[in-house]
Design a protein around this ligand. Structure first.
Ligand code: NAP
Length: 318
């Protein structure tokens, strides 16, 4: 257990956590960021960020996050790579127990985001990294000139499918309805791409393979008809990328904070119901989960943490 009591502990180094760190750093609050694995959260597995103001044309997620990390460090935030296993959020001093150490702070900003939701079919778990992936940027190149299937119909699925056409000979989106959820501009790009194909009203029920993905069973949800798709003989395998939404990393806080559908409930100013505890970014219940909204949440949470420490209220402060 460290003796030091930080002003702020930020859990998660994605766009929400890093934005919070930029603001707490500039407010001269002693700040510790705890990151489980890699800086960046979901955006490190995003091939292209088109809609964050000021991002460079065709900028990748890792490039954008690299600049955010550099900016947060410039303002003095400390960072440890550790996994939170327990958090005691009540009281004036909050305590966070991790696998490698224990940390304490007067305020906590929970910005641990969300992880990809599994497709939910038989054989999926066994074939992760052996044909099944949730990251086009990481694994697309393994399927050079092979067939690639993308499951899902939202912005992520369709954008990542377009990116995967750089690698695959053909990319087929498998969607459970007959209309995409993705916004129109993304749909237009997908429909104009000659390598893109669509399998409508279809779900993946089983993935098969001995050590590597060799075939899959898909089912038409309207007719009930099942079809088995085999790998091209010369390739021996193919890629299945799941982009069917995300699940919030909130289980650790379920006994202390209010959750709705797994997301932490906050007010408009990122306050949870525990004084000094804030949530920001994709882990928070809200309508729009984007880099820009995560960054905005982080900034608000940071300034609210500052006000909490200084003992004043920001709202309507004039
Ligand atoms: P999403 O919008 O929740 O879409 C999930 C997709 O997966 C939907 O098409 C859904 O089908 C499908 N799905 C869900 N469960 C499934 C299952 N068990 N089996 C098969 N299909 C399933 O998730 P997302 O696309 O990851 O987007 C998440 C958030 O990030 C959204 O707010 C999105 O706008 C945002 N985002 C924005 C951008 C951008 O602006 N460039 C890029 C990426 C993400 P139904 O349509 O039938 O429900």
């Amino acid at each position: 257990m460290q003796d030091k009591i930080y002003d702020v502990i930020i859990i998660g180094a994605g766009p929400a956590g890093l934005s919070a760190a930029i603001y707490t750093g500039r407010a001269r609050l002693s700040t510790l960021i705890i990151e489980k694995e890699k800086d960046g959260g979901q955006i490190v597995i995003t091939a292209e960020i088109d809609n964050y103001p000021g991002s460079l044309p065709h900028e990748s997620g890792p490039s954008l996050i690299g600049r955010m990390v550099e900016q947060a460090q410039r303002f003095g935030a400390e960072k440890v790579y550790d996994t939170v296993v327990e958090a005691n959020l009540t009281g004036d001093v909050k305590r966070v127990k991790c696998k490698k150490g224990e940390y304490a702070a007067h305020t906590i900003i929970i910005a641990s985001g969300a992880h990809p939701r599994p497709i939910g079919c038989v054989g999926e778990r066994e074939l992760i990294g052996k044909g099944v992936s949730y990251c086009a940027t990481c694994d697309g190149a393994f399927f050079e000139d092979m067939d690639i299937y993308v499951v899902g119909g939202g912005d992520t699925a369709v954008e990542e499918a377009i990116y995967l056409t750089k690698f695959g000979r053909k990319v087929t989106v498998i969607h459970r309805r007959d209309q995409l959820r993705a916004i129109k501009s993304i749909q237009d790009r997908a429909f104009q791409n000659e390598k893109m194909n669509f399998m409508w009203d279809t779900v993946v029920t089983e993935l098969h393979g001995d050590g590597i993905l060799e075939s899959m069973t898909v089912k038409n949800v309207k007719t009930g008809e099942e079809t088995v798709i085999h790998a091209n003989e010369d390739d021996g395998t193919f890629g299945v990328f799941g982009f069917v939404g995300f699940l919030p990393e909130s289980a650790l806080y379920a006994d202390q904070l209010a959750l709705r559908n797994g997301y932490i409930v906050t007010d408009d100013n990122m306050h949870t119901e525990i004084p000094g505890v804030f949530a920001a970014g994709d882990i928070r219940e809200k309508s729009l989960r984007q880099v820009i909204t995560a960054a905005a949440d982080g900034a608000i949470a940071a300034m609210e943490a500052n006000a909490y420490i200084e003992g004043y209220c920001l709202v309507n402060a004039g």
